[in-house]
Ligand binder design. Sequence first.
Ligand code: SF4
Ligand code: SF4
Length: 321
Amino acid sequence: MKYLSCRYIEHGMDFEHTRLETCCFTCHSGGGHITLENEYSGEPIDWNELFEKKRIYRQNHRNGILTPNCTGCVFLEEKEWDEEDYINYLQFNYWIACNSNCTYCYEVQHRKLFEKIKPYNSVPVLKDMIEKNILRPGGEIAFGGGEPTIAPEFEDIIKLLSSNNFKNIRIHSSGIKHSPAMEEAIKKGVLNVVISIDSGCEKTYKQIKRVNAYKKVLENMKRYALANQANNGLMTSKYIIIPNVNDNRKEIDLWINSVIDCGGKWLALDIEDVWYKTNRTTISSYYLDLVNYVIDKGNANNMRVELYDRALGLKEGKNYL
Ligand code: SF4
Ligand code: SF4
């Protein structure tokens, strides 16, 4: 039977700071906080109980009752769903600590609140999922945070996943700390790292990130990009346009040239979230021109350009938030 649902309700799980959820898309319209476990900090999971909650969400959707936070979400699709109990979309977002200090970061702005949260380790649960065939290849495994590479268990997680045939692993990183396990997984062609740099020179980098690590990030971008040139370099360099800071062609040219120098072939672009949401209805065409400029310049250099939600919304004249 066809019904409106999404891959995360059906087969997703997201490790958050203090909860288990179906997805981490709290920024999308509707979006997020579809809870699987209200209080969670790394304990063993009762899978029968967890999948029972998913069955309730599924049954509601089948009956046309949308989970309120899902209303309007871009991931909803009407189709026949595979109703077997397993997870193949797994998200890791429970890390809080970071080695960068970005001006626009929600976690930096709410550091006091996050300081009270106790860190946990997901490796035992991950092993349990693999042993019980609950976690299956074929979907996507995504890491956000915080900065994943500074979590003590990060190297073990990547080795565990790549040695168990998981592909399509996507990691968002500050790029400040090199991860040998991540470089190995890139070599195997199973992992794509998205490095947030937001700048084309040391001065702008420091202004946005408020740490001294520009050269280190370039060095790591290069190591990851060169690790698998056969696959077009599984390193994406990400730039968030921040009004009055890096919103100009000169900075964007420097950025794209630096990615080319590193051997990188993939770009990702977004617009600063709070500014975008505040000004969404009055944003001048200057910003759409800037988005198109990145697309054109990327294409001219045979680079893939991925637009994240705000940049995509601007480009398509839609609201994905
Ligand atoms: S519909 Fe959207 S918000 Fe709801 S679970 Fe799916 S991805 Fe998350
Ligand atoms: S790299 Fe990400 S988590 Fe770290 S401070 Fe910047 S936005 Fe926040």
